[in-house]
Design a protein around this ligand. Sequence first.
Ligand code: ADP
Ligand code: MG
Length: 489
Amino acid sequence: MLVNLKEIDKYEAVIGLEVHVQLSTKSKAFCYDSAQYGSKANNHISPVSLGLPGALPRANEAIVSYAVKLGLAIGSTINKYNFFDRKNYFYADLPKGYQITQDNEPICKGGTVKIRLANGHQKNIILNRIHIEEDAGKSIHDVDENYSLIDLNRAGVSLLEVVTEPMIATGEEAAAYLSELRKLVRYLNICDGNMEEGSMRCDANVSIRLKGDTALGNRCEVKNLNSIKNVQRAIEHEISRQIQLSEAGVYIHQNTLNFDALTGITSVLRSKEMANDYRYFPEPDLLPLHLSDEYIEAIKQTMPALPEALYQQFICQFGLPAYDALVLTADKEMAYYFLSLTALVSNYKAASNWVMGTIRSYLNENNIGFDKFPISAQQMALLINKVETGEINNNQAKDKVFVALLKHPTQNINELLKQLNVLIETSTSTIDGFIITAINKFPDKVKEYNTGKKGVLGLFMGEVMKISGGKIDPKSANKLLVQQLEKLK
Ligand code: ADP
Ligand code: MG
């Protein structure tokens, strides 16, 4: 049993994350092979991917522009003079015997990612670097009992490695950082952000120290975590494991660890003392890249509105609660959909409720994304405005009109409302008729009302609603109901 973290509060944890972001470029980083995921094994393997003698790499322009985009989005300093390095090591899924990467001169230096925690606190996570590199192939050990299989489709696929400073304090902060980073790469359209498919892979470096100490403790690195939840679990487990060791007076060795998602436990993969010597040196087969100010400026011009800016806009310009702004900006398509609604409706909060509530539930239930939502913002805005002007009530709009629109997204709204017979009844005498019917149904409750029990109003309103088929405005009907009841006193 590991220690309960809450009992021992003299320690603090220090965490740094390294995230490999697989770029959604069509071809690989340094050759024309397709980078598509899920193809038949060993189908995208030109001489460059195979590392055949004499095959020469060539940089894919897209990886450079994608790296610059991410750097600009988080306020990094963009390195204008870039070259690549060879990181040498032997492994069966690395046919060249080295990986092309950037060592001392990454394309982006510094930058910050703002995170928000459940308790409302904000923190800026400072980045150390973002560099470009290529992926290795894939070794498959669990298909054949005698052999390991190698699939080189992934060899040479483009990656960005995004490295934070050691300044994350908890598993929750790490999870918030990852979901913010994932949001960013999705907004920028440079990576699909699917951790489960390996498009974002995270290594977590974890150490502990006594509160007040400034020197960093020895760190352990948990490798290849494949979901945000597992990153958080692995970190939390690792912190309590290290505290446990420290409390028992055991030295914490700098190890590389594996995390078992089933048991929630980390175990030693290899000790850092036996780490490779990668013998980095500049890649002689690739020319250095000089990025001009014009090039960087041109990329700046293509940058979409980013989640943090939209979050602020939704609160300041549209008066939404912070919670709404957070939910709406969590998904790029959802944020943009809401944004198009705001140009067409007057009640922004009502639009937000529709998007976060009814529309999102529909999409979740049907397991589709906002990009597949059939009703255009124009049509949705017409419907939202009909509620706003009091022509139909909200429940009818949700339960009947919205459902009908899903089936016939382009149908004329005015005709649809007539067809569905949901237009609000505005004639006072008709509504009074409904009310009198309801009152006559419950003479006992009228007596209760007369003795001062105002709670029975709800029952009468429900009944009036039912009789009207939901086609009345509850506020004005409520007034009329009170008038009628008072008359009977
Ligand atoms: P390496 O070259 O071994 O990958 P780096 O110095 O580049 O090491 O650091 C990798 C990651 O580990 C960074 O995110 C960094 O913030 C983090 N890190 C470094 N030292 C520590 C430490 N003592 N405790 C926690 N994280 C650390
Ligand atoms: Mg590392």
